[in-house]
Design a protein around this ligand. Structure first.
Ligand SMILES: [Zn+2]
Length: 327
């Protein structure tokens, strides 16, 4: 990493400005100096949205042609090995700069934005995408970026377009529907209170969601790790279970929203020609903002199709209920 690539440095106990302030300044600077990014943000103003009213919940479709690189990304091991990693510092575009966070991560502007503020927070080293070693970082980032921004994580087999390079993303808080739904007491069903942490699920939501809320970092961290272990055992896999997780912080407590998954992409993604449906659900999509780079899909996805996709990629309810009961 060269000093040219560092916009500024954030250190928890010594930075005079907050992380959201610095991130906003970075975004403004990058829009002025990085033409491609400016263009992508300008086209974001023209993306189309449409509400799909499903049984018990709504999902918003976003037609965003700029997302073709991510949605269409080949994430199999061979393709990953053969490509140049786009998150490695030596491969970043010459105009791209980042905020060095705690000497370990770089806060970067995502060049294919979905939100008015969209950041990628990548490790400065090329190390695999994995949540367990970085749960503490995840919670700290949520606290330091909140309440303006929400942090999210996509598992290596479940939506991360760089499964070989550790990264989080951050979005303008409240721009993913589940953020509002998980805060709605009519929607949440409290299943347990363990120490200081509340464990809830969401009613009539068409996919499985586990919500953890706590004001004590060690407690929420412990339960989150316990759930990951239980999901791994329940799914009978020896790698990280498929998950998408959002984490926000406000009024002195964390809210962690976890989507346990059984499939990354629906079968329709792999069909040929007209039958192919170009959606590749990761945290944003399963959170209720389904992004498609194809206008054809934006026009034709109806409630039944949407319910089918969510049900197909979500983990079975019975397994999730058992895991929550055993906590
Ligand atoms: Zn890399």
């Amino acid at each position: 990493m060269t000093s040219d690539q560092i916009f500024t440095v954030f250190e928890r106990h010594s930075s005079p400005s907050s992380l959201p302030e610095l991130s906003l300044r970075l975004l403004e600077q990058q829009k002025e100096t990085w033409t491609i990014l400016a263009g992508e943000y300008a086209s974001l103003g023209a993306v189309k949205h449409r509400e799909v009213s499903c049984e018990g919940f709504s999902v918003f479709l976003q037609f965003n042609p700029g997302r073709i690189v991510s949605t269409g990304a080949k994430v199999d091991e061979k393709s990953i090995l053969e490509r140049r990693c786009f998150l490695c510092v030596q491969n970043l575009p010459p105009d791209q700069k980042g905020i060095l966070y705690q000497g370990e991560f770089l806060v970067l502007c995502n060049p294919a934005p979905i939100f008015p503020q969209h950041f990628t927070i990548s490790n400065i080293n090329h190390i695999p995408q994995a949540i367990e070693p970085f749960v503490g970082t995840f919670l700290n980032l949520a606290r330091e970026l909140g309440p303006a921004l929400t942090v999210f994580y996509n598992g290596p087999k479940c939506g991360a377009s760089a499964p070989d390079h550790m990264h989080f993303q951050a979005n303008t808080s409240g721009s993913i529907p589940v953020e509002r739904d998980a805060a709605d007491p009519r929607r949440t069903l409290v299943r347990k209170r363990i120490d200081d942490t509340t464990v809830s699920t969401l009613r009539n939501y068409g996919r499985e969601v586990i919500v953890l809320e706590s004001s004590i970092q060690e407690k929420i961290e412990r339960i989150f790790l316990k759930i990951i272990k239980a999901l791994q055992e329940g799914s009978r896999v020896d790698f990280e279970p498929m998950i998408n997780v959002l984490c926000s912080y406000g009024n002195g407590s964390w809210r962690l929203i976890l989507f346990p998954r059984r499939k990354h992409r629906p079968d329709a993604y792999f069909r040929e020609g007209d039958a192919q449906v170009m959606v590749s659900p990761a945290a944003v999509d399963i959170g209720g903002l389904m992004v498609t780079p194809m206008e054809r899909d934006f026009d034709r996805i109806d409630a039944r199709m949407m319910e089918g996709i969510l049900d197909e990629v979500s983990l079975e309810k019975e397994l999730v209920d058992r895991i929550v009961a055993d906590l």
